[in-house]
Design a protein. Structure first.
Length: 69
């Protein structure tokens, strides 16, 4: 049986990022990105969210926590 190469796929990738909030200071969170890929190369981010310490999922753009680089 031959494997068929699909050009478009949707991948989910979780990374640890250090974010900053004025009241809480620096905190490290897991940020999950859902990306559309073309032959394995990501070209569009569909959604980006993070998990809070209480277990809730929040959209990264809605939060007032900025990313430290």
């Amino acid at each position: 049986m031959k494997k068929i190469l699909k050009p478009l796929k949707i991948k989910r990738k979780t990374t640890n990022e250090v974010r900053f909030h004025p009241k809480m200071g620096a905190l490290s969170t897991k940020v999950t990105k859902i990306q559309r890929t073309l032959y394995g190369i990501p070209f569009e981010t569909l959604h980006k969210y993070r998990e809070t310490y209480s277990g809730k999922m929040k959209d990264v753009e809605d939060c007032k926590v900025s990313e430290l680089r």
